[in-house]
Design a protein around this ligand. Sequence first.
Ligand code: SAH
Ligand code: SF4
Length: 350
Amino acid sequence: MQDSALKNKTCLSGLSETELISLAEKMQWPSYKGKQLHSWIYKKWVSSFDEMTDFSTKDRNYLKENYYLSPLTLTQKQESKDKTIKYLWKLKNNNLVESVRMFLEEHESYSACISSQAGCAVGCPFCATGAIGFKSNLKANEIVDQILGIQRDTKERIQNIVFMGQGEPLLNYNEVVKAIHLIKDSVSIGARRITVSTSGIAPQIKKLADEKLQITLAVSLHAPDQKTREVLVPISKKYKMNELLESLHYYYEKTKRRITIEYVMLEDINDEPEQAKELADLIKTLHCHINLIPYNPTETSRELKRPPMNKVYKFKEIVEKRSGKKVTIRHERGVDIDAACGQLANSFKS
Ligand code: SAH
Ligand code: SF4
């Protein structure tokens, strides 16, 4: 739909059931019609008002004149050999963001990797989104509608959500928390199946802990020492290692949810056995597991390299033995379409 056609219209995607009920009442409709709207949007993933067959033609016309269903326009879609699908969406402000749908063999279910911002201000040197810089914060409905948009397209239910697309979720805190509530209550994906990945915005981690959501927190640590971390995650100059670790312990105390430590492995930068030992000692008392992510080369960071896999295995073994924690190595998906989480952004630019 043309943007001009949407002027003065309200978007329905992103409204809660309560909001849809009061919207129905405002139109002097019985409140159950609000519930029906909620169900068409979030459970049946309709793309048009005409699909709402329990509304009369008159009601549907009224809805068409005053409302629209999605704040996103699908601009491009790519499917990889392993069935991973990458979507490019255009926002109302014309910025582009991406989402990826993956099949998780171990759970026999679909997972969506979604964006919370267009671009990102944190500027990690290995990340394609970081190379773009910050463009804009997504609204809660633009976050949630990525999931609905994927379900509308595939007609298959998504059961896991990871905030590992573009952006730093905790720098768009309010809209992300609002989106999490909608994902739980309206999209009906349980909090335990939602993971927020952050570069380590310590004060916001504490704030999130106080929300007492049962979501999983993943933290992009990437280095066991302050000096290396400052190179890999520039915002760590502001939120230092000690403060970050303190916030992680706090998160666990408040939520009793085990934390995921993410560690992108880069050759000759953070892959040495000494660093594995240091990492193990650093996180020994934290309730966490460690996810090693072999670096996915991006066009914007050609000088960086992925370590040989035997070095990754060695690193895993050291951390595992010394810390007693579970260590996993992230399995890549959609490599042929650059769909790996965190490196979505640049590949669509022509
Ligand atoms: N901004 C958040 C979430 C988005 S990035 C964060 O940084 O945590 C999601 C994950 O992908 C992060 O752990 C990030 O470090 C990782 N990532 C980014 N670019 C990558 C690349 N080129 N190779 C491997 N992992 C990458
Ligand atoms: Fe931003 Fe995360 Fe990319 Fe760093 S890794 S630039 S925090 S999106």
